[in-house]
Design a protein around this ligand. Structure first.
Ligand code: TYM
Length: 343
């Protein structure tokens, strides 16, 4: 069965939105909106899988929304909302909890990383996180999901869940007239030069919101001085830049900075090295700073402007949620019929 092409993706409101979130995800959300129907979600139900201060969560939700808008996502053309306003996400996640297998979730590396040594004390939500993620996507029967490299395993699990649901309920799906597959198998879109932006302090570690050092990441709200300082202090090696991509192979910090430059400039690593091959890092870092300030400065400024009017942001979310609820409600009703619930 052919499913209508539809994009879904989400970002957690857990503070410190950074360059990795921008280049790996949000920038690409913007590019996709011209070609597809897109649903972009602030995934607050995911955020509370680890403790969130209730007095700070509303700001974090509005901040991600402001980032979406400031980066250029048009909320009239796309559906932009926060997850907790559409109850069907949690409802479908429960059904998926009964489809997914413990063994599948036990393999999830993100849970292992986030739960750390004190696994007994992690929330059940953190463990079940990937089934909610599958529900986010499949409650709209979305077909494509733009994400960074770190979400690949979760996307594979979403496909497994969709496939198992289709198999387990195949008779009922046919009986109810939904053809031979109820859910599409969503495809990850992991493309471009910055699918895994690394820490500025350690080229072997992902740039992340939770890194203790603020110098490890460039935040979307950093001003020009902060951006310049962080790039100046970014870890490098003593060699000049190589003249071709092969020369980046065992140089993670150089590879990361060249990748960042390429993604910000909408080119590729080879193009950057054509320009900066054999240059010293001091020269390259100065150019990277100028580029980063030129690209990120206006985004940070627009976010600040938007955040002065929380009511306007809330109105965008309410409007998006209303539209999302309609679509999600249709899927949920059909799922109830397929599973055999009385409604
Ligand atoms: P989150 O909030 O951690 O990150 C949001 C997006 O940013 C990408 N990303 C990165 N890309 C490149 N380099 C990095 N260093 C980097 N760090 C983060 C992430 O891959 C992601 O695309 N589980 C998701 C949110 C989610 C979701 C979904 C995504 C919930 N439901 C359904 C897609 C579909 C997450 O924690 O993203």
């Amino acid at each position: 069965m052919k499913f209508k092409e539809l994009i879904f993706s989400g970002v957690q409101p857990t503070g410190n939105l950074h360059l990795g979130n921008y280049l790996g995800a949000i920038k690409r959300f913007v590019e996709l909106q011209d070609r597809f129907d897109c649903i972009y979600c602030v995934v607050d139900l995911h955020a509370i899988t680890v403790w969130q201060e209730p007095s700070e969560l509303p700001h974090a939700i509005r901040e991600v929304t402001a980032a979406f808008l400031a980066c250029g996502i048009d909320p009239r053309k796309n559906t932009v909302f926060n997850q907790s306003q559409v109850a069907e996400h949690a409802e479908l996640a429960w059904i998926f909890n009964c489809v997914a297998r413990l063994g599948w979730l036990n393999r999830m590396t993100q849970f292992k990383e986030k739960a750390g040594k004190d696994r007994e004390n992690a929330s059940i939500g953190l463990y079940a996180y990937p089934t909610l993620m599958a529900a986010d996507i499949l409650v709209y029967r979305a077909t494509h999901v733009p994400v960074g490299e770190d979400q690949k395993q979760h996307l594979e699990l979403s496909r497994d869940i969709a496939q198992k649901f289709n198999n387990d309920f195949s008779q009922s799906i046919r009986d109810k007239g939904f053809g031979d597959a109820f859910f599409p198998l969503p495809e990850p879109l992991i493309t471009g030069e910055a699918t895994r932006v690394m820490s500025l302090r350690d080229g072997s570690k992902k740039m992340s919101k939770s890194d203790a050092s603020d110098f490890s990441r460039i935040n979307l709200t950093d001003d020009a001085d902060a951006i310049a300082q962080k790039i100046r202090r970014a870890k490098t090696d003593p060699e000049p830049l190589p003249s071709d991509e092969k020369g980046l192979a065992s140089r993670p910090e150089a590879d990361n900075l060249v990748g960042i430059y390429a993604a910000l400039a909408d080119t590729d690593r080879a193009g950057v090295l054509k320009q900066f091959g054999n240059a010293q890092f001091s020269t390259f870092k100065a150019a990277l700073t100028d580029l980063a300030v030129a690209k990120l400065g206006p985004i940070g400024a627009e976010m600040k402007r938007l955040l002065h009017d929380p009511a306007a942001i809330d109105a965008v979310l309410a409007d998006g949620a209303e539209r999302a609820r309609k679509l999600a409600g249709q899927t949920m009703n059909a799922v109830k019929d397929v599973v055999g619930f009385v409604r």
